[in-house]
Design a binder for this molecule. Sequence first.
Ligand SMILES: C[S@@+](CC[C@H](N)C(=O)[O-])C[C@H]1O[C@@H](n2cnc3c(N)ncnc32)[C@H](O)[C@@H]1O
Length: 279
Amino acid sequence: MFEELIDINKRPACFSIYTAEELWTEPYTAKQMLRYHLNKELPMASRKHTFIDQSANWIAEHFNLGSGKKVADFGCGPGLYALRLARTGANVTGVDFSANSLAYARETAKQEGVEIEYQQMNYLNFSSKDRYDLIVMIMCDYCVLSPSQRALLLSIFKKHLSPQGRVMLDVNTMNAYKEREEVSTYERRQLNGFWSPDDYFGFVNTFKYDDKKVVLDKYTIIEEHRARVVYNWFQHFDLASLSSEVESNGFVIEETYSDVAGGAYRSDSNEMAVVLRLM
Ligand SMILES: C[S@@+](CC[C@H](N)C(=O)[O-])C[C@H]1O[C@@H](n2cnc3c(N)ncnc32)[C@H](O)[C@@H]1O
């Protein structure tokens, strides 16, 4: 028991383990995630739906989306943005590894009679002959990836962007980093039964990696017959660090906002959104 508690409380090397697939595709958790996505007021898996409406309208107008334009949504979840963007007439592809979210996305597109191509896969393996006018990655998903995964993702974006294409993504800022604290807690049926329909103990250990501006929320979920650990990493950026990272990978930051709805950039916001173009 003592050894197990040592393990639960152990700080792993930064970005040493990637468990995003476990978090998003474990059958029970995936259902819970979809409930979060579809809760219009709860900004947990997707943002509030009033914001998504505003954001999709802004993206459609800003990037002049419509017939003849090709858009790729990386980590599209249940297609809340993909559907809204496809309503402009743009040709939209959504990529996600959650079968559960994509089933919902496909069904809603079908009900509306809107054509959207949904691909179930790890976006780090994405490959297509198509070239996109706009690639979006929304809800700070860029930040959960390690530096080498982010370099790989940017190379995938580069390969799939049309010459005049743009990438739009959002990231956590240093303000968000400052607000996080290292904590260790546990709770029976942590997060109101989010992790399992059965009884369990959920431990959360939050670690900060000051030299790298990374936060880890490490969840250890112990059921009677199963134990698992989910590692949720968050890289935090300022404009200089993001700019230098994308520049090392063939992009430049062309525009800067406080969010993906085109809110004016503020140095004190917890997130920022950027538009990238090829160098
Ligand atoms: C925070 S949610 C955001 C969903 C959507 N962008 C939105 O804002 O409504 C992240 C999404 O990315 C997907 N995802 C995370 N890592 C992925 C990966 N490596 N490959 C494919 N999908 C991934 C998850 O399944 C989830 O649907």
